[in-house]
Design a protein around this ligand. Structure first.
Ligand code: ASP
Length: 439
């Protein structure tokens, strides 16, 4: 049995947290490959080392005063070294980092040092081998992750290494420059390592006991999702459920490796298991609800639109021209509506409207802003009658006006458009009807 274990920033924010992590790793011999993040926040008011590194680099590379921030960063690692009684001295490392900052080694290089240094400490603490991610995780010259070259190299390197620590978040380009994934990217590194070693399980340790059925900022103490499929997760993460980086499922998905989200502060909790496919029935008809505010819709009307071949393509061409991606596009016989992110659309609003007029000559065009989209996701919906009926009657009871409905052909999700102001009420109504009343 081989497991890859990734620990997030809050799990490694202090010596105290490191000790919990050490206990977790030592409790199971199969936890052989460890991917650490940089030290995160120790409390709400604290700062993440990654953020400090960006600040420090920006100051140093522009000739500003950076020493104070650098001392703060050093202090974070010293606390861990002292608290764990490690025989490690990072002075040389920090001297090199300072030098490289002044010589403008790049913001990615700067941010990556958080994971790099934490990896060194973690390896020393566990007695595992340290492997610099720059030697095994590769990006092409355009900065895109090179999955196949990485997989080959990592598999080869790790084949004969029993136990290793590989820092998360970064890798390198062919010319040696450091490149990071987007924020939260250590999740992706863990997944890449799991794929390369054909792990039985990828454990992703964080500070919550798994994915929640709904956002805890909207629903008080929501239930935890026990099992979720990659596809369901993708729908929920896209709509804002943020426990795992949304790209982290792709490498393990190629190999059918499950991901288990676990809580470092409550290791007894089973967390959420993310799988390719499962016969396990979800506890409720729906697996989860997620949503986002800040959309707007462009409603287009034209008599006989249905008979005009190429109408839809021409409309979408206008959005494409301005680099605006569309989210949903429900249509009627003589109407078509395009949902877009308000922030992406605002700048080009008038040009898009003019473009649509020019290309398709609509009878009527109207914009509606401040809309929210809510995704109700669940593999169980396909086999259950009346799910949509229950959702809409719950919304009607909560006096929420539904602006748009879209059920994907996979029957895995129903997307509902409502006014931003109705967002919370809508989520509460849906949660209550499927979860609270079914408990
Ligand atoms: N330390 C990085 C961040 O704060 C990457 C990670 O934690 O996954 O985004």
């Amino acid at each position: 049995m081989k497991k890859v274990v990734k620990f997030g920033g809050s799990s490694l924010a202090s010596a105290r947290q490191f000790k919990k992590v050490g206990d977790i790793i030592r409790a199971d011999k199969s936890r052989r490959y460890v991917v650490p993040s940089a030290p995160g926040k120790r409390n709400d008011k604290d700062e993440k080392v990654t953020d400090l590194l960006y600040q420090c680099y920006d100051a140093a590379s522009q000739g500003g005063s950076y020493k104070k921030i650098l001392e703060k960063i050093k202090g974070r690692y010293e606390e861990i070294i002292e608290g764990l009684n490690l025989n490690v001295n990072l002075e040389h490392e920090f001297a090199a980092i300072e030098e490289n900052f002044i010589h403008k080694a790049g913001r990615d290089y700067a941010a990556s040092r958080g994971e790099y240094l934490n990896g060194i400490l973690m390896a020393a603490y566990l007695g595992y081998e340290f492997i610099d991610a720059a030697e095994v995780i590769f990006f092409d010259e355009n900065g895109n992750f090179d999955s196949e070259a990485t997989n080959r190299e990592l598999a080869e390197r790790l084949e004969h290494i029993e136990k290793a620590v590989i820092p998360g978040f970064y890798g390198s380009k062919a010319d040696g420059t450091i490149k990071t994934f987007s924020r939260g990217g250590s999740d992706i590194t863990g997944s890449i390592v799991a794929r390369a070693i054909h792990a039985d399980l990828y454990e992703n340790w964080t500070d919550v006991s798994g994915f929640l059925v709904a956002d805890p900022r909207v629903i008080k103490n929501p239930e935890v999702i026990e099992t979720i499929t990659y596809r369901e997760l993708r729908e929920l993460s896209y709509m804002g459920a943020s426990v795992l980086h949304e790209d982290a499922i792709f490498p393990v998905r190629k190999e059918g490796i499950p991901i288990n989200i676990r809580n470092t502060n409550r290791p007894e909790d089973k967390g959420t298991l993310i799988v390719e496919s499962t016969c396990r029935k979800p506890r409720y008809t729906i697996t989860g609800i997620a949503g986002k505010k800040g959309f707007c819709s462009i409603n287009i009307e034209k008599a006989m639109m249905n008979a005009e071949v190429g109408f839809g393509r021409k409309v979408l061409e206008v959005f494409e021209k301005y680099g605006i991606s569309f989210e949903h596009m429900p249509s009627g016989i003589d109407t078509m509506t395009v949902f877009v992110h308000q922030s992406e659309f605002e700048e080009y609003e008038q040009s898009v409207i003019a473009g649509i007029h020019r290309l398709v000559e609509p009878d009527f065009l109207e914009l509606e802003s401040d809309l929210a989209l809510i995704a109700v996701v669940g593999r169980g919906m396909r086999a259950t009658r009346g799910t949509a009926g229950r959702i809409f009657s719950a919304l009607a009871h909560a006096r929420v006006n539904v602006k748009m409905i879209d059920q994907g052909s996979s029957e895995l999700n129903i997307i509902i458009g409502v006014k931003n102001a109705d967002f919370e009420a809508a989520i509460k109504a849906i949660y209550d009807i499927f979860v609270t009343t079914e408990i």
